[in-house]
Design a protein around this ligand. Sequence first.
Ligand code: SF4
Length: 706
Amino acid sequence: MAVATHCPYCALQCGITLDAGTTPVGLSGRNFETNGGALCRKGYSAAQLLEHPERLHSPLERGADGVLHPVSWERALDLVVHQVRAVQQAHGKDAVAVFGSGSLTNEKAYQLGKFARLALGTSRIDYNGRFCMSSAAAAGNKAFGLDRGLPFPLADLDRAGTILLLGSNVADTMPPFVRHLESARENGGLIVSDPRRSATAELADTHVQPAPGTDLQLLLGLAHVLLAEDLADTEYLDARTWGLESLRISLASWWPERVQSLTGVPASVIRQTARTLASAAQAARSGGKPVYILTGRGVEQHANGTATVSAAINLALLLGLPGTLAGGFGTITGQGNGQGGREHGQKADQLPGYRKITDPAARRHVAGVWGVDPDIIPGPGIPAAQLLATLGEPGGARMLLMHGSNPVISSPNANRTAAALRRLDYLVVSDFFLSETAAQADLVLPVLQWAEEEGTMTNLEGRVLRRRAALAPPPGVRSELWLLAELAARLQAPTVFNADPREVFAELGRASAGGIADYSGVDYTSLDAGAAVYWPCPAGTPISTAPGERSGTPRLFLERFAHPDGRARLEPVYPQPAAVDDADLRPGTISLVTGRLLEHYQSGTQTRRVAELQQAAPAALAQIHPDTALARGISDGQEVVLENSHGRVEATACLDAGIRLDTVFLPFHFPETQNANLLTGDAVDPDSSMPEFKHAPVLLSRLERH
Ligand code: SF4
C-alpha cells in the first residue's frame, strides 16, 4: 500500500510516497510544497536503508573479550538500569548524561527531555543541534524574541526579486530548494556569499567571496553603507525597532575600504551590493518583488556565529524587511527535525514549548503537565561541546545515553571526543546502524528507522508534518518511545511515559501550551487530513484542511515581533579576534572550510551505506585552488595531508579555480583519517556555544608515503 510521508534526511522534508508492497520497497517523489515532487539523490535512494544488510537487529553488549555480542532486550534494559543506578549512586545524578538529535521526531525529542529530567533526574542533556542551529536561534531570539528558521512559508521566496544567501549551498545540500530561487534568478537578483564557487554560487548573479571567518565584517560593511548613504528604511525602524543609535555608533568605522582589507571583497562590490539591496527593498515596499536575506551554516558555525547572524538580521531590519510582505530574514535549517528538535526540551537550558528552564512559571506549567513537583525538575545543564569534552573527567558525566547522533564524526576536535567517550564508565548508543560512535559503545540498542514509525517532524518553515509508518520493523528492533517508557518504569520514574506517538504528541502539545513554540492546537487527525499547520498554533486555532490553505501562524511578526513591546532589537556587534589556537598561528597555513556534498548527509552513517551514493562520492576530496596547489607541488588527484594542532587528515586533491587562494574545502562525512573534524577546534560562541567549524588554520602538503 502506498503511504505518503517525508524524506528521512534534511529539513526540506520533501514529500515522498513509499510502497511497501513491492520488493524492494518503492519510493517516489510526492508533490509537496517544498519539493514540487522532486527529490535529490539522497532522497531517491533512501529506501535502500530499510532492508540494508548492516541493519542492527538485536541489542549488542560488549563482552569481556572486547567484542559486541547480541543479547536479549530484557538483559539490555536491565544493564542500562543497573549502570544508571551504580553510576548515580557513586557520583550523583548528573553523572548520567543524555545526548539527543535534530533528527529525532518531535515526540522522541520531547520524551527524551522528559526522560532525562524525571527518570534520570539529571540536568545533563543537550543535543547535536547545538552544532547546527544554535547561533541562528540565539540571534533570532535576541532580535525578534522568537526563533523559527523561516518565519514565512518557503513558497514566499517564489515571488522574490532579490535574495542575499549567506553561507548556504542549497544546490548540493537540498537541491529541490533551488526552485525557490528561480524568481530571484530571473530577476537578476540572486546574490550568494561563499568563500568558494559552490554549486549555488554558480547560479548566482553576484558571487561575493569573503575570506573564511570574515562574514561578520562583510555584513558590518554592508550595513555601514546603508547608514552612510541614507539608504535605511527609517520609517520602519522608527515604528518597529529599538536600538538604531547604538547600532549607528557600532557601524561607524566599518567603511568599505577597511572591510575590503579584512574580507578580500572589493569595496566597490560592497557598496554596489548594499545599494542593490536598498533599491530592491524600496521597490518592494512600493509593491515590487520582495527581498529576502537568508543565512546557513557557513556563516553560523563560528565562534562569532551569533554576532554574525545578528549582523545579518540588522541588515534586514535596516532594509525594513522582517515582519512585512516586502520580504524578510530567515535561516535555512539543516537537519530533518532541526526546528522541532530545538523546541521540545532537548536543550540543556530549555523545557518544552521553547521555555527557559530557569523560569519559575515555565517550570510550574511543565511540571503540571508531567504531574510532578516543579522542584524535582533539575536546573540548566551544560551545552553539547562542554558536555562531550568533560565526559569521564571530574565534574563530567560518567555514563552517556546517545540517541540519533554520531559525534565521533560530527563533533569538533573529533579526536578529543573519541577520547572522552573512552573515558566513560558506560556508553549506550541507540541507532539503527553501527555508527562510528556506536562502535565504541558498551551497549548498542537497535531502534526503528523513519519508515517504520509514526510521528511528526517540523520542517524549516515551522510547519508540522506527519511521518508515517509504511512497513513493519524487523524483529528485534524497538521504538525509542517504547525504550524510554520501559526504562522509566524500571527506574521508577515519578510519572508515566507513554509509548504511543499520538499520545506523546498530545502531551507535547499540552506541555507547549502558552510557550513560544505552542503546538497545543495541532493534532494528528488534522495533519492526516492534509492541514498545513505552522506553529505557534494555540489550542482552539481554526484548522483548515482545504488544499492550499494554511493554519496556525505561517507568517510571523506581521503585526508585532515577539518581544513584550512588539518591537525588534537592533543588536550592535563588535568583532572579537579570531578563535584560533596560538599553536596554529604559523606561517604557511590556509583556512579549512568544512561542508556537505550532494551525495552525503551529516556524518554519513546512512548515506555511506547506500551503494550508489558511496560510489559517486567514496572519499574525501580536498578542494584547492590550482595556484595554492602549485605552490606546494600538489597536482590534481594527488594525495594530500592537512594538519594542525588538533589532528591530521588525508584526502585527495581536487583542483578548482573557484575557491579562494587562502582556502581549502573538505566534506565532513568521512571517517578515520578522512574525518574533517579531526582539524576543527575547541572554541565556541559565547552566546550559543556553537563550535568554530568553518574556519580552522591548517598546513597543506603532499602526502609522502615512505
Ligand atoms: Fe529533499 Fe533533503 Fe531528502 Fe534531498 S535530502 S530529498 S533535499 S529532504
